[in-house]
Design a protein around this ligand. Structure first.
Ligand code: NOJ
Length: 544
């Protein structure tokens, strides 16, 4: 481990981020919903797991129509989660353990209950009228343009009292802010300052590429390939409603503020193709976002050829100073174990933690929570409630953490707000902690290997030629050479070994239990095979 070099790197380059969905982590006040005190009580678990930073989905006061992504006060804590004192206690506890804390910042929209919007909608003459985007109907009547909300239906909501429409990219209860208004801009910068001053280490910025709209609000072009099995949003290409040039100025402002505080991070939720995603890094002279989120592992087909191509393209798209990042799960995406099955979820864990770039884990993926069927009468996700036939419900990825086999899985003492994963009696943290062959043990091993080998953290990356459904690459730093070989299929395959090297040590396998890893002996690899669904991290040395 090259300690000196690692010390020169920034924590968000070398560290591993863990996303917590606060409603579903740990309840301590018996309301069936997780809270800040609950998160604090589980910090030692995260230290043992081996992650470095925690990102919390929104914890601010909110009517919870979109479960906290509808903020009614940017500088407070929703009583469901605690209060500012509980937050300060959590922050101190996080820092005492050497961890970092990242908050969610939601700049595109507020709740319709936010005092700014209440004021804005009170009259056309309101001093905050233009803090939001209000427009008259078209001359013949109807909404000002054809934009479609991400959750379905028009993006425009009619306001009877003042006789205008307001814009909402998501729910009508989430009116979009007008980032062309200087006072609003100042007020939002003050929000970031408020939390930076309190000591938070950074922000994940919600739907950053949505933040400013075309000045003329032109119609979005129709997508001719749309079919009704896709979300209504996809009927149009969001050419004028997202990714506007002016949004980059806002990102640069955020960054200038963050940089004034020193070692803080900005993570931008941005869903765009590589060339447009890379622009969000900004330039060396005017940097923007440290980590524009890369969703490719969630979206890409799961086979070696296509993953190899995607990884190569993504790396090629980055500016020289741009640091990559990777994610395989979130509170919005389908669970990785549901999508790929348990065997490949293990391979995915190895891929996530060995690629070049900062990985973000999502709570519950470390124990392989898979598909959870939510009975219709328990569905809470507003997106699912509005478009029930598309199978895009997000509740199934937001179910409570199952900690042990006690009632309600140790998450709460009452029936939780969403059902538990149906196999919680077997699939829970305590059970997997004691099982050296579990997914949790694999995550612990992988995170431990990352700490041990600098090459995995900041080493170079090169694809290694392979045959069959095998993805292989080498990470290298100084004399340290590691081969990562992943069998994405259920047939055994040839293990690709780079020319001029031999295998010195097996560091981790997705199918060999932790305690049984032969640290020096390499029985299977001598045969030159990767078993079905096997991923290996191997140390290489030069051929003698
Ligand atoms: C992205 C968030 O991740 C999602 O959960 C939310 O519904 C939308 N942004 C709207 O804020």
């Amino acid at each position: 481990m090259d300690h000196q070099l690692l010390n020169e790197c920034r924590w968000w380059e070398t560290g591993v981020i863990y996303q917590i969905y606060p409603r579903s982590y740990q309840d301590t006040d018996a309301d069936g919903i997780g809270d800040l005190a609950g998160i604090e009580s589980r910090l030692d678990y995260l230290v043992r797991l081996g992650v470095d930073a925690i990102w919390l989905s929104p914890i601010y006061p909110s009517p919870m129509v979109d479960f906290g992504y509808d903020v009614s006060d940017y500088c407070g804590i929703d009583p469901i989660f605690g209060d500012l004192d509980a937050f300060d206690r959590l922050l101190t506890a996080v820092h005492t353990r050497g961890l970092k804390l990242i908050l969610d910042f939601v700049p595109n929209h507020t709740s319709d209950q936010h005092p700014w919007f209440v004021e804005s909608r009170s009259s056309r003459e309101s001093s905050k009228r233009d803090w939001y985007i209000w427009r008259d109907p078209l001359p013949g009547g109807g909404p000002p343009n054809n934009w479609i909300s991400d959750f379905g239906g028009s993006s425009w909501q009619w306001d009877e009292a003042t006789g205008q429409y307001y814009l909402h990219a998501f729910l009508k209860e989430q009116p979009d802010l007008n980032w062309r208004q200087p006072e609003l801009r100042g007020a939002m910068m003050a929000v970031l300052q408020f939390w930076f001053d309190r000591g938070v280490d950074g922000f994940r910025i919600d739907v950053l590429w949505h933040v400013i709209k075309d000045a003329e609000l032109r119609d979005n072009p129709v997508n001719p390939t749309w079919t009704p099995d896709r979300t209504e949003r996809d009927r149009l290409w969001q050419v004028y409603s997202t990714d506007q040039p002016e949004a980059h100025e806002i990102a640069a402002e955020f960054r200038a503020l963050a940089d004034r505080y020193g070692d803080r991070v900005l993570i931008g939720e941005i869903s765009l193709p590589d060339d447009r995603l890379a622009r969000w890094f900004g330039t060396l002279d005017q940097p923007q976002i440290h980590l524009p989120v890369n969703f490719h592992l969630i979206e890409n087909a799961w086979n070696a050829d296509s993953l190899r191509q995607m990884i190569t393209n993504y790396a090629a798209s980055l500016p020289a100073f741009g640091w990559p990042n990777w994610v395989i799960g979130s509170h919005d995406a389908r669970r990785i174990a549901a999508r790929l099955g348990e065997a490949q979820a293990r391979v995915a864990a190895m891929l996530l933690l060995t690629l070049r770039g900062t990985p973000t884990l999502y709570q519950g993926d470390e124990i392989g929570i898979g598909e959870v069927t939510i009975p219709r009468d328990r569905v809470r996700d507003p997106q699912d409630l509005r478009q029930p036939d598309l199978g895009i419900g997000r509740d199934r990825s937001r179910t409570p953490m199952p900690w042990d086999t006690s009632e309600y899985a140790g998450f709460s003492t009452v029936d939780p707000w969403l059902p538990l994963n149906h196999d919680w009696q077997q699939r829970n943290v305590a059970a997997q902690d004691h099982d050296s062959g579990s997914l949790l043990s694999l995550y612990q091993s992988l995170l431990a290997v990352r700490r041990q080998y600098t090459a995995l953290v900041i080493g170079s990356f090169a694809i290694v030629d392979s045959v069959g459904d095998v993805l292989a690459f080498e990470r290298r730093h100084g004399d340290e050479r590691l081969l990562i070989a992943l069998n994405l299929g259920d047939q055994s395959q040839t293990l690709p070994i780079p020319k001029g090297t031999v295998i010195a040590k097996q560091l981790c396998s997705t199918i060999t239990p932790r305690t049984a890893i032969p640290r020096t002996a390499i029985p299977r690899t001598l045969e030159g095979k990767l078993a079905a669904n096997e991923g290996l991290v191997l140390q290489l040395s030069e051929q003698p």
